[in-house]
Design a protein around this ligand. Structure first.
Ligand SMILES: [Zn+2]
Length: 272
């Protein structure tokens, strides 16, 4: 009699996940990963518990299994304790920041399993010193908190321009199709700035037009992709001749380095 065939779990299809945005505060998104077969979900950066609690109340039988945190700012961690108390979810967060209720302290390069998918942790200091991002390489999902935004990047609250530039360079080197799930709906104002940096860049002006349309219709502008960011995000374009020329002239710099360009862009954006 032939041996009974068993499906090896490693070889079976990956768990199908739907990713949804739960709006919070003025312009935050709490990304939610949903496994409708197991009725389990995970959330990223729940700054407020209410949107997640409301979702769970409207979806009886669903369980919140994991809470993924990118950095310690209140609008990313404010909902953790309440959600952990009512659901018992596991809290994953950066090792080098103070995260309430954290169960798993994550260092650069760590691999964590969430809803049957392996996520790799990337240390991306700059916005804060311990900031991490979560990458699911096979599916091409990047949850990058306040490091990379659509058309922009986070402010330098704790780190240096050098740190942020290398963090963004690391993210920019990911495959073009990688989907970028950042935490804020800042795309429109970011693209207005991008357009001021590179007025001749038609990919930027076309994207600006498209996102303006989406926002007028109340539509979300995310996720973005690494390919789109490489083409339209000035903070990933500090080695582009047009960007170098514009900043060098504006700042009176002679042969500025990519980090100098990045730092000048960030200062300009801070007051744009
Ligand atoms: Zn932040």
């Amino acid at each position: 009699m032939p041996p009974k065939m068993h499906l090896c779990p490693q070889l079976s299809d990956p768990v199908m996940i739907k990713i949804d945005a739960l709006p919070a505060f003025n312009d935050n998104y709490i990304w939610q990963l949903q496994d409708s077969e197991q009725r389990r979900c995970a959330v990223v950066d729940p700054g407020d518990a209410a949107p997640v609690e409301n979702w769970l109340a409207q979806h009886p039988g669903w369980q919140l299994s994991d809470i993924l945190i990118t950095h310690h700012h209140f609008d990313h961690v404010g909902g953790i304790e309440r959600l952990k108390t009512i659901t018992g979810a596991r809290v994953l967060g950066p090792a080098h920041e103070s995260i309430p209720g954290r169960d798993l302290a994550l260092e650069d390069g760590a691999a964590v399993n969430v809803l049957g998918h392996t996520f790799t942790v990337l240390a991306v200091p700059g916005h804060t010193l311990g900031h991490i991002a979560y990458l699911q390489a096979e599916q091409g999902w990047l949850f990058c908190g306040d490091t990379l935004f659509a058309g922009g990047c986070g402010r330098l609250f704790e780190g240096t321009a050098q740190q942020m530039h290398s963090s963004l360079s690391r993210l920019a080197a990911l495959p073009a199709a990688t989907q970028v799930y950042c935490t804020h709906e800042y795309t429109l104002s970011n693209l207005r700035f991008a357009n001021a940096v590179e007025p001749e860049n038609t990919e930027i002006s076309e994207r600006l037009q498209q996102v303006s349309q989406w926002r007028e219709n109340g539509q979300i502008s995310l996720p973005s992709s690494i390919g789109l960011e490489r083409a339209t995000n000035p903070f990933l374009r500090s080695a582009e001749p047009t960007v170098i020329a514009h900043i060098a002239e504006r700042e009176g710099l002679d042969q500025p380095s990519p980090v100098q360009i990045f730092a000048a862009l960030r200062r300009w954006k801070d007051t744009f």
